[in-house]
Design a protein around this ligand. Sequence first.
Ligand code: PSV
Ligand code: MN
Ligand code: MN
Length: 418
Amino acid sequence: MRGAGTRLEEEKALKSTEGPAYEGLSGTLAARGVDVDRVEGRLRSQRLETPSWGYGDTGTRFAVFPQRGVPRDPFEKVADAARVHGLTGVCPTVAVHIPWDRVDDYGELRGHAESLGLRIGAVNPNLFQEPGYRLGSVCHLDPDVRREATDHLLECVRVAGEVGSDVLSLWFADGTNYAGQDSFIERRHRMVDCLGEVYSAMPESMRMLLEYKPYEPAFYHTDLADWGAALTVCQKLGDRAEVLVDLGHHAKEVNIEYVVALLLDEGRLGGFHFNNRKYGDDDLIVGSVNPFELFLIYVELVGAEEHSETRIDYMIDQTHNIEPKMEAMILSVMNLQEAYAKALLVDRRALDEARRAGDVLGAHRTLLDAYATDVRPLCAKVREDLGAAADPIAAFKESGYAEKVAAERGEGAGAGWS
Ligand code: PSV
Ligand code: MN
Ligand code: MN
């Protein structure tokens, strides 16, 4: 049995660019015909957006476990997001949620972010917490409620302009709980009308992302239940409306990488919310339960990257209840870096040849070869090249940031969840 010291040293070597790990890996990859410089270049250009709501106290509907040091306001959430970017090198934007991140002066929030090397990314409206939305928001039967919901969406278009964002990211809690409660089709028409007004108000440079979810908080039907429902609404709205795939929002049997491929082929894959469906929603660290699935999603994305310039916004949608929040976010980012790295290593020519030859398992094993590669030294090297940390979690712990903000902020104020 190996001693703990030896194992720790090995772990450290894998996450470091020093010593034999990186040299060994890059040599092995080069021998396999991989253009290592090109792979590293692609990894350096990876972009992942973190969510402001992931830094505050949030929880399940059963309990919230408050943590010391969580941000007290949107400015502190931005500061935490900037720190995650500093350590990982690939998270230069943070998504905001209105009204949780409502401030008097959005220009000031933008300036604060920019002073920390960050930009504000997607603006997410909140149409699920007001008592008036009991029976829905943009699908509600009452035109006054739909007006209120639409006005909030229009407010978010203005906020996006003020914070320098060009993405409006929409998720609706709309749906019904009982058969017969309302008309599916009339609700759909109401949604299309409201979103049509919002779409027309967006500047040419702005995109609208539509997120689907099969259940919760409505359990009989959901107005945007799946990719098809979202896609057809996008098609009615216009080219700048695209589907957002939240990994948490799928039934267990759904093949998400297939959905991804399909939306890519339609030119309507606008973005991701990374997490995992094991929780039935967000909150579980992406890549922690099923890293192979995450890899397969990236295999489709890399395949499309070769012949398309389509913009896709890669965002994390996670809020952590029992884990240290910043460490959880950093680990999520690292898992995404590794999934992308492995997907970049797939021998596309061998895959193509195996497919053409009808070599079912040869094709499958080509994917397994890439997946089985330990890419941690490569990711560490790329992070270092970006001026970030080879081992971001160790660097975060050593920095004393968590202790410092715990002393300054105390209990914090939560992200707006109640
Ligand atoms: C609710 O399911 C949800 O998790 C959606 O995924 C949204 O993107 C997120 O909340 C933020 O509103
Ligand atoms: Mn989401
Ligand atoms: Mn969700």
